[in-house]
Ligand binder design. Structure first.
Ligand code: ATP
Length: 201
């Protein structure tokens, strides 16, 4: 299994991070998803629940007492200042939990799905970074099928993100996902093999 090696995986919305993560898992890698950690941190009893509730008020709390993530998304969407504020309340807790899990990982490959890897400046947390890329039209088509959202809304979300081309320049490895799922899995297998050579898998 070799020594511990941590790969940070990112991409844009709909570029195929989740599929790539699944492919790494099938090859025996351990995986960690920062979105999942974010959910837990915001859930009642999580480290960010009370501070977010205090900062954003009852309009972001659902009937069940949990934070309504959609309402929270709407509350911060139009304001950079509020987005920063929310990040200030959630990111430290997410990072703490991520570091705890990374420390607990002793041997072999751990792949961390980190959608905001570069935006949040997390490069130094990982031994290597990889980005899953795909053309805009392809991502739009896949997201329409997956989420059923109007193209205008998907475009708006894409435009709000750091451009994928920029992430591709910043990452150590780029995994192109403009082909079939089979092709993506083959590329992940090649990357996995190359990494094994590095960490002695
Ligand atoms: P998000 O950040 O929005 O969650 P993501 O980067 O995790 O997106 P995925 O969920 O992996 O993206 O992919 C988006 C959709 O496109 C999914 O329904 C997925 O099954 C599909 N998909 C991904 N790659 C391919 C491919 N090569 N061929 C066909 N469908 C694909």
């Amino acid at each position: 299994m070799g020594k511990a090696f941590v790969l940070g995986l990112t991409g844009g919305i709909g570029s195929g991070k989740t599929e790539a993560l699944r492919a790494f898992r099938r090859l025996g890698a351990r995986t960690l998803c920062l979105d999942e950690i974010a959910h837990r941190v915001l859930a009642r009893g999580g480290a960010a629940y009370a501070p977010v509730r205090r900062a954003f008020g009852p309009e972001v709390i659902g009937r069940d007492g949990e934070i309504d993530r959609r309402a929270l998304g709407r509350a911060v969407f139009a304001s950079r200042r509020l987005r920063r504020r929310l990040e200030g309340l959630t990111h430290p807790a997410i990072l703490r939990e991520m570091r705890r899990r990374v420390r607990a990982h002793r041997r072999g490959l751990l792949v961390v799905d980190a959608p905001l890897l570069f935006e949040a400046g997390l490069e130094a947390e990982f031994d290597l970074t990889a980005v899953v890329t795909a053309g805009r039209a392809r991502r739009l088509g896949r997201l329409r099928r997956r989420d059923g959202l109007p193209v205008s809304e998907l475009r708006r979300r894409m435009t709000a993100q750091m451009p994928l081309a920029r992430k591709a320049r910043l990452a150590d490895v780029a995994i192109g996902n403009d082909g079939t799922l089979g092709e993506l899995r083959r590329k992940v297998r090649d990357t996995h093999k190359a990494l094994e050579l590095i960490y002695g898998g």
